[in-house]
Write a protein that binds this ligand. Structure first.
Ligand code: HEM
Length: 463
């Protein structure tokens, strides 16, 4: 069977296992222009057999070297063991800097250490338990609005859902806040100013500004104004139970030092940017996979019904939903929402026996790592059970790194996992996901990994 969206044709392997859309690797015979053009259009399609078969591939890059890493040992060396010798690159600073220059996502060195110590406690288990009921509330009102008659775009619907969850968890219910405007501004920042463009890959000096369209610039200004207004409101009317209040009160446990107003603002924006699109994409791809694979849908339904009945999933239920969790893990293996991390080296070192010099850059491609034959059995097939058969697939230093690794591992991972599990369990139990015949969206990297053109679907209530 062929498909119109993607550049691959097989959907089932010889044993009838489902092969969802994936980037077709380069053959290795393409010339420089074709390779570069393919990479610029969709970076995850720009890798050939060398990247899939070797742990490190190094190429010349404007007088330095660019190293592509696709194995856990190399990833752990850069992200964890030798993390002090690396920072994020100018590409990250160019894309994220205008929105969140002083936030955890962008800062380095001592400033990062201080912020991380202050911010990490916000996402500890104790707070997660408090936040779970807010996710239930948002899910409930999402379900009330779903209209089976109307086709929706799963990606847009999930972005709406995860934005509302984050807004509720972060902001509570502040007086006078126009959440729709905030949502609109955040979506605009993510989809215009926060999208990777070919010119981002040119090593501009740091002082060269990144031009963005007036629409993106206006959205960014609105977002900053909204975050400033929220902080001012909280200063006047302190409340205790949302993440913003915790952020304002956050202190470095050793020094007692808190975050400056600019750092607070940039972290709020950073949470919105880093937190809603990534989780929305996990849910979009998971619903696509479940909608394409009836047997998986039925197994999730049986599991959720046996644990929660017709109730919403509670925090305490989560450890009793191993299959639903495995579907989320398999989704993030196949479609890691952040498919490529980058780093720049600042001190000479050696990785995989290769000399690394200051100024060399790294692409840490977890998309490729999650799909190489060297590390995974039948890497292209959708097989959630692999995570149940072998729990070590998720252990520290394994070839599964959707949240990164080392000291800068995603600070919101526990929150994202809880939200994705609660939402997937509820939506699959209560709805049939009807996809149009032949729906096979191409994964397209634009910083995050989106289904090109979205995923049209109907959610038909069955319970
Ligand atoms: C499925 C959802 C998510 C995925 C796949 C994801 C992925 C990642 C990855 C791979 C990193 C490491 C980046 C690097 O090392 O260069 C990261 C960092 C980060 N994430 Fe997430 N993320 C998710 C959800 C969230 C949520 C819900 C929040 C907050 C509400 C969040 C906030 C952050 C922040 C602030 C950082 C920077 C941490 C630091 O540098 O210390 N993320 N995320």
């Amino acid at each position: 069977m062929t498909n119109s969206h993607s550049n691959i044709s097989a959907r089932y392997d010889g044993q009838g296992r489902f092969i969802p859309p994936h980037a077709k690797p380069l053959t290795g015979r393409e010339g420089f222009i074709k390779r570069t053009w393919t990479f610029l259009r969709n970076p995850i399609e720009g890798f050939g057999p060398m990247a899939y078969n070797q742990p490190i591939v190094s190429v010349p890059n404007f007088g330095k070297k660019l190293h592509v890493i696709t194995d856990p040992e190399g990833m752990m060396a850069v992200l964890a063991k030798e993390a002090d010798k690396f920072t994020k690159t100018a590409i990250d600073a160019r894309i994220l800097g205008p929105a969140t220059k002083e936030g955890l996502l962008s800062v380095h060195g001592e400033q990062w250490k201080r912020q991380r110590k202050s911010v990490a406690p916000l996402f500890r288990k104790r707070h997660m338990e408090d936040l779970a009921p807010l996710i239930t509330q948002v899910l409930q009102s999402f379900c009330e609005k779903v209209d089976a008659e109307r086709e929706l775009d799963l990606n847009a619907a999930m972005a709406e859902l995860t934005f509302d969850v984050l807004a509720k968890a972060l902001l509570g219910n502040p007086k006078g806040l126009d959440k729709d405007r905030l949502k609109f501004a955040t979506r605009n920042v993510v989809t215009s100013a926060g999208t990777l463009r070919p010119d981002d890959l040119i090593p501009w000096p740091r002082w060269v500004p990144r031009p963005i369209l007036p629409k993106g610039a206006a959205a960014l200004r609105r977002l900053k104004r909204a975050a400033d207004a929220l902080l001012a409101e909280r200063a006047k009317h302190p409340v205790e139970d949302d993440l913003i209040s915790l952020l304002i009160a956050a202190k470095d446990p050793k020094t007692g030092e808190g975050l400056s107003p600019r750092e607070q603002r940039d972290n709020i924006i950073g949470f919105f940017i880093a937190g809603h699109e990534t989780t929305a994409l996990t849910l979009t791809w998971a619903l696509y996979l479940v909608g394409s694979h009836q047997e998986t849908a039925e197994r999730i339904r049986r599991e959720v019904l046996s644990v929660c009945g017709k109730d919403f999933v509670r925090y305490g239920d989560m450890s009793s939903l191993p299959f639903t969790q495995a579907v989320i893990d398999e989704t993030m293996r196949l479609y890691p929402p952040a498919p490529m991390l980058n780093r720049e080296c600042h001190e000479e070192t050696e990785i995989h026996g290769r000399k690394i010099e200051a100024g060399d850059t790294f692409l840490l491609c977890n998309y490729v790592m999650h799909r190489t034959e060297r590390l995974w059995e039948n890497p292209l097939t959708f097989d959630p059970d692999r995570f149940l058969r072998d729990p070590t697939l998720k252990s520290k230093g394994s070839a599964f790194m959707p949240f990164g690794a080392g000291p800068r591992i995603c600070v919101g991972a526990a929150f994202a996992t809880m939200e994705a599990l609660m939402a997937l369990a509820t939506l699959v139990r209560d709805y049939e996901i009807e996809l149009p015949e032949g729906c096979y969206p191409r994964p397209l990297m634009t910083v995050t990994l989106r289904p090109e053109g979205g995923v049209p679907a109907r959610l038909i209530r069955i319970r």
